[in-house]
Design a binder for this molecule. Sequence first.
Ligand SMILES: [Zn+2]
Ligand SMILES: [Zn+2]
Length: 745
Amino acid sequence: MTQSSTSSPLHIARVVVNLSLDRLFDYHIPDSLQDQVHIGSMVVVPFGQSTRNAYVMELGNHSEFGELKDITSVVGDRALITEKLLELGDWMADYYCCTREQCIQVLLPAVIRSQKVKKKKRKLVTLTSVKTVEDDAERIKVRAPKQADILIILKTHGPTFLSDLTRKWNLSASAVKGLEAKSLVIVEDETDERNPFDQFNVLPSEPLALTSEQTIVMEQVRAAVNAEQRQTILLWGVTGSGKTEIYLQAIAMRLAEGEESIVLVPEIALTPQTVERFRSRFGDQVSVMHSQLSDGERFDEWTKINEGRVKIVVGARSALFAPFRNLGLIIVDEEHEGSYKQDKVPRYHARDIAVVRGKKENAAVILGSATPSLESFYNVTQKKYVLSRMMKRVDDQKMPAMEVVDMAGEAAAHGQPQIISSRLISETRKALDNGEQAIFFLNRRGYATHMQCLKCNFIAECKNCSMNMTYHKKDDILTCHICGESQKAPTSCPECRDPEIKFGGLGTQKIEAVVKGIFSDARVLRMDSDTMTRKDSYRDALGAFRAGSVDILIGTQMIAKGLHFPNVTLVGIIFADLSLNMPDFRAGERTFQLLVQVAGRAGRGELPGKVVVQTYTPFHSVIGHALKQDYQGFYDEEIEARKLLNMPPFSRMAIVQFRGESQSLVHDHSQAFHEFIQHYVSDHCTLIPPLPCTILKKRGKFFYQIMMYSENIQQLSRSLKRAITDFKCHRDVAISVDIDPLSML
Ligand SMILES: [Zn+2]
Ligand SMILES: [Zn+2]
């Protein structure tokens, strides 16, 4: 079947049905629906004994099947998925070793697929005649005083929603009906859009004058856009170098040509502060997409994009699939961020797919970061991306001075391990005395990471997961950070009844308690996912900090990203080794990125910044490079190591994971699959025999995995798909594939 030109109407649609069958079905388009069925339309079709939603992938005039059933109905009056996005979905299904249906689930938000939310309609009441309104009111005043009131309200306020008349003015709907019967008012359904910006007043902003570095970068952006095949730029700019202004002016440039732009930011950095910067420059042309939107808001934002009423979308990962039809630019801010990778099927990486979408739709792509991922920087050396650099902070502010404190030495000096070093205490005291603010960073929430009996060595472990329970002091409970299982903390050892049960390991709650003890005069606020549970708590907390009603902010990586506080002069990194000790080849890269990002929070205003890094491994080279803010030095060393070990980006990686409630069954099937797949993959592929995952048990299920390395990941992905289809797997064992995995756990 071809997508031939439409001299005669195409009356056969090839669709995917929303069951993960990974194949196409032909349906006949009845004459009555002929004008409404397009490629990318969502349709309802008879399937088996019932009906199903389906998506039109192709149109044609011939089918190899005989009698075809009719499409029952079409959803919406235009295609919900653009043809280019359908192509991208196919590409993803192939690359990420999953089905087309699974990819359609990311192309189209659930709220659109489910059709449960509709455009919000409200009844709008309008005067039939403004000229005669006073006479009319006078005439009916005696017999229908309420109706007369309504006429006067409409005269003063103009067309008004019926719900407002009843709520604000306490008038009845029947009074409005009475007026309608007298033909004095008209009542009509109007679309009322939910506005996620309702509560914000944004002042308009003008483009800023560019620094010399920014000017050069804008020239490179212009060249990337003017190239016949538009290019991908890696914008490596130190924290505070003014990357956002580049984004804004690049978008303005596309807007002037009538082209659309997508801006991706990590969910955690998608603060009102970030959104405001785009709204203040581009006003109502900006749509926003993130996980905090209500279904209604999400529906309206997406519909605005699909109907071409906005030109810019700012959002988290999923905003990449905004149904723009004239896309000119995609920006991925903080491109190194792990949160761009989706952790369920399809396990796509939004940064990588941004580059693919850019290629397919000939849009320029800007990947921005102060600490680019090894993969992206490597792509520059391979001439796949253009490198733009901004090494100075705007207004020539100095990078913060970084200083390392050896916590082993600190422990020796005090006779026991310390949580806050004397150096950090004295620097904090200095900042507080000057009326300045400090940020303390520890990437682990809770009070203590484990509860241990010193007598029998019992450690409180989750019954569903191979994981220590974390102690949360506020509620006096032990919680599992994987499955959420909670229990009251015991007062004595459950094994030997010894009362000497101890808490070990640090969490943000503990830091909070210690800091409050040392600086009793300081106002302290903790920000982590335990305290930030309400929809607005994040905004409120940052607002309080910015307003100066908090002196010390303690937090997890929630506070590491993109925030700009001019009065912060000190950043304390409590335990820099935490991410360094993870069993993952990217542990060094993540630690470097985190340290540099957090340090970048210091000295963003007139005042110079200082960073105190507490560590037990002060001579570790990653910490050394981070102290000097030396990305190039870090990259050169790290890329050599990866090359030596043939790790990504030198090879590409896939993980096949097996999970189930019976450990022996999971183990046996991973062994069997390892044998089985040998016949499917080429010699260029390296297979590691199955191993139990680092966290063997999660939520009551056991996990084993096979790691694979190959130069040609697309070939590997295709072989894997065939092998999994052919492999006879026990129904109590589930198999999943992760291509380019970010987590080795
Ligand atoms: Zn015990
Ligand atoms: Zn658990």
